[in-house]
Design a protein around this ligand. Structure first.
Ligand code: FES
Length: 167
């Protein structure tokens, strides 16, 4: 374990301590700690995963299994905007494929790739929990429901106006 790779800000350290106190065992803290780590560092690298496993006294394989199971955890630096297109049944029936084709053509990337300027990254994910408002696209923490190519195009136009990456 290399604890120095978990060099948290003061706020994150306080949050870590409150997570550790809120759960009955260290192992039970894995998911909230991973969320915290991702918020703090932007992604969870191998050395960080190892440090988390050490911190929580769990085998590294368990931490890696959780990290690879949940699509919301990133293992490498992410684009400024991570676009997640829902591929669940409801969205599939209501136009998800057209949205995905549109995004691939507009951004000139495939699923799992990032635009060269680091602005957008494209993923497909399982049900985003908004089936009644399908098709649903999530960009970072924001959910865009009842999406059409026109609506999504407007969202991308707005997002494209900002700086490419946050410092
Ligand atoms: S199937 Fe897309 S939100 Fe549920």
């Amino acid at each position: 374990m290399s604890p120095e790779v978990l060099a948290f800000s003061k706020e994150a350290q306080a949050e870590l301590e409150s997570i550790l106190q809120a759960y009955p065992t260290k192992q039970a803290c894995l998911l909230p700690v991973l969320h915290l780590v991702q918020r703090e560092f932007g992604y969870i690298s191998d050395p960080v995963a190892e440090a988390v496993a050490g911190l929580l006294d769990i085998p590294l394989a368990v931490a890696v299994e959780v990290l690879t199971f949940y699509t919301l955890f990133a293992r490498r630096p992410q684009a400024k905007y991570v676009i997640q297109v829902c591929r669940g049944l409801s969205c599939a029936l209501l136009g998800q494929e057209e949205l995905l084709v549109y995004l691939k053509n507009r951004l000139k990337i495939k699923e799992g790739e990032m635009t060269p300027d680091g602005l957008f990254e494209l993923k497909t994910v399982e049900c985003l929990g908004g089936c009644g408002e399908s098709p649903v696209v999530r960009i970072n923490e924001t959910y865009y429901e009842l999406q059409t190519i026109d609506r999504l195009g407007s969202v991308l136009n707005e997002l494209s106006k900002g700086p490419k990456r946050e410092a």
